[in-house]
Design a protein around this ligand. Structure first.
Ligand SMILES: O=C(O)CCC(=O)C(=O)O
Ligand SMILES: [Fe+2]
Length: 299
């Protein structure tokens, strides 16, 4: 795949491949679960209603337009922001964007619930706390496992990453490290790791996604995502994002939300009417809560 960039460096074609599309297994739960075990992730092309996802995108962009970050009627970043002046409580603003009804209809709708029910093989519940990410050049996610954030009570947790709109590789979608769910040394090292309690340790793996893939003789996997696609994985798969390096100014919007069996205990940081988030600062702690101009042009 051409056009993938990590930390400012183009990823050589030999180091990057396409996520395997498992959408054909959506009606075959046993095989779907076997595929997840095997690949460490499920990429489900077109599993959601594209129009509903695009409605969610417009809902988010309208809120950003109101604070001067998106040019009127477009999905293009203006390069500036009035968010701080107009919305002095940034966490509250971000919470209200993250709780938009169209966005929730996508992230917590029946289609996603059905998929996760098949994955868990039992009734499931999605976390109320949503990670909504708006990507512009200069904003990317380093390679990590989700384990230290979401497994305080149990590890039967899956992350669902949903592009809210089309996200070609040039706009920095999620990337997974192929076969990293079998990196026994790194996984053994995760057990018991809690990002809040283990203050001396960071989620960061000490190298970027490309360096990790190279060091392990494997590849990065991603896709030119389209509205309607979904990727999910467990707590033991290394992933991050590519760089947004497309100067069209079109923003990359995505959500990541965790799901778990409904019968298992729920971490109050992520469930409930007003979840506190990982550290306790609520929606204010998310990158998304920062005005969009902060990192613009930083590469
Ligand atoms: O979208 C991103 O930039 C990162 C996504 C991620 O880390 C996740 O879905 O857990
Ligand atoms: Fe993650």
């Amino acid at each position: 795949m051409r056009g993938c960039v990590v930390k400012g460096r183009p990823v050589p074609e030999s180091l990057v491949g396409e996520l395997r599309d498992s959408a054909s297994l959506l009606d075959a739960p046993v095989e779907l679960r076997r595929r997840l075990q095997e690949d460490g992730y499920l990429f489900l092309r077109g599993a959601l209603d594209r129009d509903k996802v695009l409605a969610a995108r417009r809902e988010v962009l309208a809120r950003l337009e109101a604070v001067g970050e998106i040019a009127p009627g477009s999905d293009i970043f203006t390069g500036r922001s009035e968010r701080k002046a107009k919305e002095p409580d940034l966490g509250r603003f971000w919470r209200s964007v993250s709780e938009g009804p169209r966005l929730r209809a996508t992230t917590h709708g029946a289609a996603v619930e059905r998929i996760l029910g098949a994955v868990a093989d039992e009734p499931v519940r999605g976390m109320d706390y949503v990670f909504l990410r708006v990507g512009v050049p200069g904003r990317a996610t380093g390679v990590h496992f989700d384990y230290p954030f979401f497994t305080r009570l149990h590890d039967r947790v899956w992350t669902v990453w949903t592009p809210i709109g089309d996200v070609p590789v040039s706009r920095g979608p999620v990337v997974v490290v192929e076969n990293s769910h079998r990196f026994k040394d790194l996984i053994d090292d995760l057990v018991g790791f809690d990002i809040v309690r283990d203050t001396h340790r960071k989620a960061d793996l000490g190298m970027d996604a490309m360096e990790l893939a190279q060091a392990r003789g494997t590849r990065l996997l991603t896709a030119d995502f389209r509205a309607g696609d979904v990727v999910l994985f467990g707590m033991y798969l290394a992933h991050g994002s590519l760089d947004h390096h497309d100067d069209s100014g079109v923003v990359r919007v995505s959500t990541d939300v965790r799901w778990q069996p409904a019968r298992l205990p729920t971490d109050p940081r992520y469930f409930g009417d007003n979840p506190t988030g990982t550290t306790g600062a609520g929606y204010a702690e998310l990158n998304g809560a920062k005005p969009l101009d902060v990192n613009w042009h930083v590469r």
